[in-house]
Design a protein around this ligand. Structure first.
Ligand SMILES: Cc1ncc(COP(=O)(O)O)c(C=O)c1O
Length: 276
């Protein structure tokens, strides 16, 4: 039996209900976080809560009660006996009308969790034929309006990939459906800047702050011109995962030395401090 947290309490999965008028369901009017859990402890909770608050502000939602949500994250990990896994926090505008207007109604908090299997060392990715807009109202916000990511990932899965990489409208690398991207060009570790429209990934931030890497635009055509010696994805649930192929273009080495080094040092960072 599993448990989820809804609004203000833990309930059994099978008894968990929310309104069909929830505006997150009706209009994708919500924000979310996905945290990794290591040995029963949710990782980087402070950073995820800070981003949740930023996302809510970006959506002009009432500020979330971070104290309640933090406690719920720990309760869900514990009640579901998650060793290695994930906890997801969803924060919606609450009930609304059957359209784009909002009602003045209390926001809704849903916290759920699940165990995860081991992370594969490499990933094949497909480059999306649909660009991500770095100029849209939702750029850089972790909203539940994720259908673009869902369709892109579904398309990539059909090509045999486990992630889709979106370029932006300017033809620069942006991010994946649920990950950021790092590449090694001429010996430098580079990741697209936030102005590319990507999410400020918690893993991306930790890598830049503690392990290295600079932010710079990467033209998409660098990918298949042989200018990249390595590439990896970063996310809470993939950590630092080397990219083996961009479509049918095989990277010279995966995981290469830089990717391996970052992946190992990221593991050490997790061991040292679960709330960096
Ligand atoms: C669109 C997008 N970009 C990047 C990431 C990586 O962010 P984080 O490292 O915080 O998991 C995610 C996480 O799911 C995401 O949804």
């Amino acid at each position: 039996m599993g448990f989820v947290f809804i609004d203000d309490r833990l309930v059994e999965d099978s008894k968990a209900v929310i309104s069909v008028f929830d505006h997150g369901l009706v209009a994708g009017d919500g924000v979310f976080e996905a945290l990794a859990v290591y040995g029963g402890t949710p990782f980087a909770v402070r950073r995820h809560l800070e981003r949740l608050a930023r996302s809510a502000a970006g959506l002009r939602l009432e500020p979330p009660n971070l104290t309640v949500i933090e406690a719920a994250i720990h309760q869900v990990a514990e009640a579901n006996k998650i060793g290695f896994g994930k906890v997801r926090v969803t924060y919606t505008a609450g009930d609304g009308p059957l359209g784009s207007d909002r009602l003045v109604s209390p926001p809704r908090v849903i916290v759920a969790g699940a165990p995860l299997g081991p992370i594969p060392p490499t990933a094949r990715v497909s480059i999306s034929p649909w660009p991500r807009s770095e100029r849209g109202i939702l750029a850089g916000i972790k909203t539940t309006s994720y259908a673009e990511n869902v369709v892109g990932l579904d398309w990539a899965r059909a090509q045999g990939s486990s992630e889709v990489i979106f370029p932006n409208l300017a033809g620069m690398l942006c991010e994946g459906s649920g990950s950021n991207i790092f590449v090694v060009i001429e010996g430098s570790l580079v990741t697209p800047p936030l102005s590319s429209g990507c999410l400020a990934g918690v893993t991306r931030d930790l890598i830049i702050e503690f392990l290295g890497g600079i932010e710079a635009d990467v033209p998409l055509d660098k990918v298949t011109s042989g200018d990249l010696s390595e590439a990896f994805l970063s996310s809470s649930l993939r950590e630092a995962q080397a990219i083996s192929h961009f479509d049918d273009f095989a990277m010279p080495v995966a995981p290469g030395p830089v990717s391996l080094n970052i992946a190992e040092r990221f593991r050490e960072l997790i061991k040292d401090n679960l709330n960096p």
